[in-house]
Design a protein around this ligand. Structure first.
Ligand SMILES: Cc1cc2nc3c(=O)[nH]c(=O)nc-3n(C[C@H](O)[C@H](O)[C@H](O)COP(=O)(O)OP(=O)(O)OC[C@H]3O[C@@H](n4cnc5c(N)ncnc54)[C@H](O)[C@@H]3O)c2cc1C
Length: 389
């Protein structure tokens, strides 16, 4: 039986990016996803932030027009307008984008197993025997490493005994398309506990595509019903008469910050499976791209070293968690705003000069997933060597 260097479970943005990089290093990689087609069941709005747009070569053909303007709404619909001198956001056309990244993975030599679910993994002398389920039943593959890019509720994390997400919100949205582009691209963010308890409701409109969604703690609201009410409440503000509903999307978004234990000698986690999402903004696409680079480097170094576990030491969620302290604190404060009255009062503060500076920093600050410096990595590696010798 063929022995893979890595089996990547999950062909979302994280799994695709990591597979492309691993295969590009010349490793034997298999990418598996339970979906038959990556254009189905997308569960992201697909807003990429400036930092991702600047640092990663995302295919321009699958990215919408740039968005520079943000309007923030209080529960009583008072507004704060923010305009950036930069092109801050673009909404990816995620189905075609995933398909294009998959093509790159295959061109780099990766094997693609569509409609194939990861079932379990057992340890063996060389790494793991991975049990998968495809259309014609269950089968096994051998691999040195398993990369868990299988989303918030990661089965790979459970099988490898790595950390698992315990806190998440739920996002649910409708995607509309306009034949004739209209209006200025704009991101509308609504603070309102009625539609979005614990997060925001949004309209992300780049003129061509329009995403209308709600997010919040799953136990506190019914997302489809909240979306219906939200759509009605913005009907005068955002007319949908010349827009066609093409899709509904939804899913869990981890907000407990990066998980601590992300790697062991049999594999590692990335993307939502690693909890690599900003606890404040719930943005996870930039972390997918950044963590995939580190994951691919780590797998490569680990295999090249003949399985030296100190090579895994720098792939440690605790390094990232430290950098998420401020965002975790802001989420805790936001969670305390348990009613629209409190949100309205908070919004007054947001309209002040200092408040707007904070808002600009959150929306336009050029920081997404934390960058860990080379000395920090070296220190983490050295510590791991000391504790294993
Ligand atoms: C409604 C919504 C809107 C969002 N909007 C934004 C946004 O605009 N910008 C932003 O930055 N972030 C956004 N996020 C967060 C962001 O989308 C995620 O952080 C990111 O997409 C996670 O990518 P991933 O590759 O880790 O996981 P996923 O995209 O969830 O991919 C996981 C893949 O694993 C597969 N899989 C799962 N289990 C198995 C199994 N057992 N066997 C085989 N395959 C399996 C799934 O089919 C899936 O394809 C949003 C999230 C939601 C829910």
């Amino acid at each position: 039986m063929k022995l893979y260097h890595a089996i990547v479970v999950g062909a979302g943005l994280a799994g695709l990016q990591c597979t492309r990089l691993l295969a590009g290093h010349g490793l034997e990689v298999a990418l598996v996803d339970r979906k038959q087609s990556l254009a189905e069941g997308v569960h992201t709005t697909g807003i990429f932030v400036r930092r991702s747009l600047e640092d990663f070569a995302l295919p321009a053909a699958h990215m919408g027009p740039a968005i520079r303007d943000v309007t923030i709404y209080s529960p009583s619909r008072r507004t704060v307008e923010l305009r950036s001198p930069h092109e801050e956001f673009r909404i990816g056309r995620m189905g075609p984008l995933y398909e294009r990244l998959l093509k790159d993975c295959r061109a780099a030599g990766a094997d693609w197993l569509a409609g194939t679910s990861f079932v379990s993994a057992s340890e063996n002398r060389l790494g793991s025997t991975v049990r998968l389920r495809g259309a014609s039943g269950e089968f096994e593959l051998q691999t040195r490493m398993i990369v868990g890019a299988d989303g918030t509720n990661s089965r790979v994390a459970r099988e490898l005994g790595l950390s698992e997400n315990r806190r998440w919100i739920v996002g649910y949205e409708e995607v509309y398309h306009r034949e004739t582009p209209t209006g200025e691209p704009r991101l509308h963010c609504f603070f309102d506990r009625n539609y979005a308890p614990g997060y925001i409701a949004w309209v992300a409109d780049d003129g061509q595509g329009l995403h209308l969604g709600v997010g919040g703690y799953g136990r506190k609201f019914q997302p489809p019903a909240a979306l219906d009410r939200f759509r009605d409440s913005v009907a005068d503000l955002i007319p949908l008469d010349r827009a066609t509903l093409i899709e509904r999307r939804g899913g869990r978004i981890p907000v407990g910050s990066v998980l601590p234990r992300l790697a062991c000698r049999r594999g590692l986690l990335l993307g939502d499976a690693a909890g690599a999402v900003s606890p404040l903004t719930a943005g996870g696409l930039d972390p997918c791209l950044r963590l995939s680079e580190l994951a691919a480097k780590t797998v490569h170094a680990f295999l090249n070293s003949g399985g030296d576990v100190s090579q895994l030491a720098a792939y440690d969620g605790r390094l990232f968690r430290k950098r998420y302290r401020a965002r975790r604190a802001l989420r805790a404060v936001y969670d305390l705003a348990a009613s629209n009255v409190i949100l309205e009062l908070g919004f007054r503060a947001l309209r002040s000069t200092a408040g707007q500076a904070v808002a600009r920093r959150i929306f336009f600050g050029n920081g997404s997933f934390p960058t860990i410096t080379a000395p920090e990595y070296r220190a983490a590696r050295a510590k791991a060597v000391r504790t294993t010798t």
